[in-house]
Write a protein that binds this ligand. Structure first.
Ligand SMILES: Cc1cc2nc3c(=O)[nH]c(=O)nc-3n(C[C@H](O)[C@H](O)[C@H](O)COP(=O)(O)OP(=O)(O)OC[C@H]3O[C@@H](n4cnc5c(N)ncnc54)[C@H](O)[C@@H]3O)c2cc1C
Length: 348
């Protein structure tokens, strides 16, 4: 945001600033992340609902005379000529829309239609959990922890100002079984792992107040074809572990912009440019997915174990030093290969 000159405007929007990410695991409080360790412009994490962030980006994009945003346009297919992608087809409230482009960028997330229509080969790297999303009201003296894990249950609580946006992790494929046990059982699980929510789990009237989010972890073997590039979750679906998928998606976009700005302007985008983007971004992607898999195995191992969970002794000793927290902060805050905006802003 700072490199784009948008930071000040961005911070004027309602958001929550978090400088520490703390968790309660098996009764022990652990500092997961301390943002003051980062060498970034802002030493905090700004939390904002995704729709507000996208509105902000759309508003800023309108400064550029060549920027066009089509809302409520759902891409349904690709236009192909001589084995080259030359545009997309989309359904809109006004009917079918066709857009031709020198380059189509598929950034349509983990259920990407673009990747599917392009026929890309996908490598599944394994996600063993799904998430049940709920919203519970927030009280003035609630603890400000981000994650609770105990008794085989894990709950993430995101501060949205006047309510908690919560994600309850369940082993993959078990959500239906939970539903069969009834909402009472689910309410009791929330109260067990985060006792301060005991007095408001009643706000979950029935299962219509609970949204199942299917988690995926995969990546494309090849992210591009002539005329087409996939980035973000469309190229590599990320699990929520570590809260790093958005960073990775934005970093892909920055790397793509840095590499493509000049060739796009000259109209000479080639397979070599697209391959360069994949080469640059696949290393941090693979490493991040590997880390997520390790964390998933270590921390989430407790999901099917009903007894109280405590981190191993060695880990608790290490936690007395700042090293593990510094490493986690780096992973959460900037990842393995941060990107910096390079193309000149030609419209400034
Ligand atoms: C349960 C869960 C929780 C997560 N929590 C976090 C977290 O806290 N922090 C974090 O960093 N990451 C988190 N992640 C991962 C993160 O959501 C993704 O890695 C990140 O959103 C990827 O960004 P993206 O822009 O590639 O895709 P998305 O954010 O999914 O954006 C894709 C966009 O494309 C649009 N779209 C989809 N299909 C079409 C179509 N056919 N036509 C037109 N538009 C389309 C969608 O409406 C959407 O706006 C979580 C993932 C899951 C599953």
């Amino acid at each position: 945001m700072h490199e784009l000159g948008l930071l000040e405007e961005f911070l004027k929007r309602p958001h929550q600033e978090i400088s520490q990410v703390r968790a309660r695991i098996g009764g022990d409080d652990i500092l997961l992340g301390e943002m003051s360790y980062l060498r970034t412009r802002c030493r905090f994490m700004a939390l904002m609902p995704q729709w507000d962030f996208l509105d902000f980006l759309a508003e800023q994009g309108r400064r550029y005379p060549t920027f066009h945003l089509r809302m409520r346009a759902e891409v349904t297919g690709l236009i192909e000529e001589n084995a080259c992608i030359v545009g997309i087809r989309a359904n809109t409230p006004d009917g079918l829309l066709e857009v031709c482009a020198d380059l189509v960028v598929g950034a349509d997330g983990r259920d990407s239609v673009v990747r599917e229509r392009a026929g890309f080969a996908v490598r599944n790297v394994g996600a063993s959990m799904d998430a049940l999303q709920i919203r519970l009201s927030k009280h003035a003296n609630d603890p400000d922890l981000f994650l609770y894990s105990d008794h085989g249950k894990t709950l993430v609580t995101i501060d949205r100002g006047n309510y908690w946006h919560c994600g309850f992790a369940v082993p993959k494929g078990t959500a239906e079984k939970m539903q069969a046990r009834g909402i009472e059982d689910f309410r009791a699980s929330i109260a067990e792992v985060a006792p301060f929510l005991r007095d408001r789990v009643i706000e979950l009237r029935d299962w219509s107040d609970v949204k199942l989010l299917t988690v995926r972890a995969d990546r494309l073997r090849k992210w591009y074809r002539p005329g087409l590039l996939c980035i973000g979750d469309a190229a590599h679906a990320m699990s929520p572990i570590g809260g790093v998928g958005i960073n990775l998606a934005i970093q892909d976009a920055v790397a793509a912009a840095n590499i493509l700005a000049e060739p796009l302007r000259k109209g000479v985008v080639s397979g070599k440019h697209l391959a360069k983007i994949q080469r640059r971004r696949s290393f941090p992607t693979r490493l991040t997915q590997r880390m997520q898999a390790i964390i998933q195995r270590q921390v989430w191992r407790g999901l099917d174990k009903p007894q109280a969970a405590r981190p191993p002794w060695a880990m608790r000793q290490l936690e007395r030093t700042t090293l593990p927290c510094r490493m986690r902060t780096r992973f959460i805050g900037v990842g393995f290969l941060p990107e910096h905006v390079k193309p000149p802003d030609v419209f400034k």
